[in-house]
Design a protein around this ligand. Structure first.
Ligand SMILES: O=C(O)CCC(=O)C(=O)O
Ligand SMILES: [Fe+2]
Length: 189
C-alpha cells in the first residue's frame, strides 16, 4: 500500500479524467445479486487525457509497489475505471491465479471511515488457505491470518499479488451520493 501515491497535480488530473469518463453499469462476476451494480469504463494509458507525465506517475508508483512485493510481471497499458455507489461491493475472489498482480488507485475526492467500501484481503498466498476450491465462504474462515482492511483513501495505491483473496465491502448508505472511485489494472506474470 502506498499513500499519497501521486503528486497533487497528477492526482487532480486523474480525478478530472475519472469524472469525464463515461462509465457503464456492470453486474459483479462474483455475486451479481448480492454485490449490487458497479460502474466501469475500459481505458488504457495511451487513451487518457491526463498527459504523459501523469501517466508515468501511476506507472512508477505501481512499479514501486511491485518491487516491495518482489513480484515480476509484464507491463500492461490497460486498466478500468470503477465506481461503486452505496449498497454496492464485490464478494471474495482472487482475481485468478494466472494473473501476476493487480493494482487499485483510489480517486474519490473525499472518503470517510463511516462510508464503508473497504478493500479487505488475506495477506497470504492462496494455497495457504485450505481447500479454497471447495467452498470459498466456508474455507476462508480457516485462513491462517485475519483479514486486513484497507479504506479507499483518496490517492492511496494498493498493489496485490495474484492469488490474494480479497473483497470490497459494500459502500454504506451513509456515503449518500459519494462514489467510491478508482482505477484497477491487472498485470500478467
Ligand atoms: O477496488 C478495489 O479495492 C478492488 C477491486 C477488485 O478487487 C477487482 O476489481 O477485482
Ligand atoms: Fe479483485
Amino acid at each position: 500500500m502506498i499513500d499519497d501515491a501521486l503528486t497533487e497535480d497528477a492526482f487532480a488530473a486523474w480525478t478530472a479524467e475519472e469524472r469525464s469518463v463515461r462509465h457503464r453499469p456492470s453486474f459483479s462476476s462474483i455475486d451479481p445479486v448480492f454485490d449490487g451494480v458497479a460502474f466501469h469504463a475500459d481505458a488504457s494509458f495511451a487513451s487518457v487525457d491526463v498527459g504523459d507525465d501523469h501517466v508515468q506517475e501511476v506507472r512508477s508508483a505501481v512499479r514501486k509497489g511491485l518491487e516491495a512485493l518482489d513480484v515480476r510481471v509484464s507491463d500492461s497499458d490497460r486498466f478500468r475505471f470503477w465506481r461503486y455507489g452505496r449498497g454496492s461491493g464485490l464478494g471474495w475472489h482472487d482475481d485468478g491465479r494466472g494473473r501476476g498482480a493487480a493494482y487499485t488507485l483510489y480517486l474519490s475526492g473525499e472518503w470517510r471511515a463511516t462510508w464503508g467500501g473497504e478493500l479487505e484481503l488475506f495477506d497470504c498466498p492462496v494455497d495457504e488457505v485450505p481447500c479454497v476450491d471447495v467452498d470459498v465462504p466456508k474455507d476462508l474462515m480457516n485462513a491462517p491470518v485475519p483479514a486486513t482492511s484497507i479504506a479507499p483513501r483518496p490517492n492511496r495505491l494498493v498493489v496485490m499479488v495474484a492469488g490474494t483473496f480479497h473483497r470490497v465491502r459494500k459502500v454504506e448508505a451513509s456515503a449518500g451520493d459519494n462514489l467510491r472511485r478508482s482505477i484497477t489494472g491487472f498485470l500478467a506474470p
